[in-house]
Design a protein around this ligand. Sequence first.
Ligand code: GLU
Length: 515
Amino acid sequence: MENRRVRLRFAPSPTGGLHMGGVRTALFSYLFAKKHNGDFILRIEDTDQTRYVNGAEEYIIEALKWCGIEPNEGVGFGDGKFAPYRQSERKELGIYAKYAQQLIDSGHAYYAFDTAEELDAMRKRLEAAKVAAPQYNSVSRQHMRNSLTLSEDEVKKLMDAGTPYVVRLKVPRNEEIRFHDIIRGWVVVNSTQVDDKVLLKSDGMPTYHLAHIVDDIEMEVSHAVRGEEWLPSAPSHILIYRYLGKEEVMPKLAHLPLILKPDGNGKLSKRDKSGIPMFPLNWFDERTNESYTGYRESGFFPEAFINMLGMLGWNPGTPQEIFSLYELVEAFTFERVNKSGAKFDPEKTKWFNQQYLRKKSDTELAELFMPILKEKLEENKVSNLKSQDYVEGVCRLVKEKSHFVNEFWESGKYFFIAPTSYDEKVISKKWNENSKTIFQHLMNEFNSLTTWDATTVHTAITNTEVATSAKVDLQLLRVLTSGAAGGPAIHDMLVLIGKEEIVKRIATAIEQLNK
Ligand code: GLU
């Protein structure tokens, strides 16, 4: 089987917005598939109709598109030869029932008629007997109502009467189950730990356990990448493949490590309060009325989000941290995925965005900033729109200290609106009787300049200092012209705002401060 085509599937259940852990699973599958010129498939696992959430499927598709990790086959991305890709539709093909029947016929699965009350009574009985993990298994099934304990006649009678039943996997007693995980190596479990999983539910729907195996076989999936939470079920899955006689085509398994809270204590929750989104796009949960902000809407670049996710549990083995999607494809191997949980780092996440922000040209940044700027100018009733060059200039100056384009307005609004107040701290410390004389002089020096650039601005300052025998306090100059105590290099800022406006601002400031 070494030469089989590399085919990986991302198989989310449409039970809500896709959180970032899910996106990481998709990403790692995508990377491996692309690295090996294989296929990346989107399969929707919607067999649990009670947990179906409207809009979740569309959300998943849109999120993958925004991230730039598009499947080349599957729901929303064009049908390949294995359509349909939604399990509810695949059920209509009769494949799940067929495989379940095969397991029943070969004696590896059985019918169970137990009611919810009977199952509950069983659990209580086992708990009372201090059984550590009360479950329906090779021991407890002997005391339950199933086709192993009932006679053929009784089973037939129940069936004919339309009594609801499920189909369960018949797990052998005390057998060693061994399997290989690409990330974790060999895993050995005794079958005593493994329960008789339900394969078909009483409504005829397959459970995840049966459905994903049937689909992985039918869709010729070569590698199955999924979250660590599925590791405990893997032994059951191994048995199912074995009993179906499909061990040969079983996908190689890779269970990804958990994403942990920033302090390393437990699994990252979708309600995490670090201020960094947990979802790629905004998501509103109509069942709980909760809204979650997305990376997209918070101003993250998809490249930064993907880069950050790529480093969450994987490392290249070199100090390189910035990877384009293409570079991730080149560098990715499962051998470099950690076994232990990966701590989510909110600050680092912002840092990644900053790196991508700095890489963008001023023209690109201006394009992203423009819609925000227009809105803000409107809000502030400013009608004179600045030129493209001017806005690009602002982007060039404010980007160094920003993580997001949506911070540009807050840190650079004085490029568009003259200040109406002046940083209190700086004023109370530095504005004195001499200041007025000095700045009036500077203002006149500025006014007489015929060219306006960093050199002439500098000369005007020096001339003022000579003429007044005093220092021009540059921070004070900054506050007078921008209102703020900090910002980009002062000469660059003055030059961009322009001579006339600067002279006007200094005049206004002197007047305001001398009231
Ligand atoms: N439907 C499963 C889930 O959403 C998929 C697990 C798998 O990839 O096999 O967790």
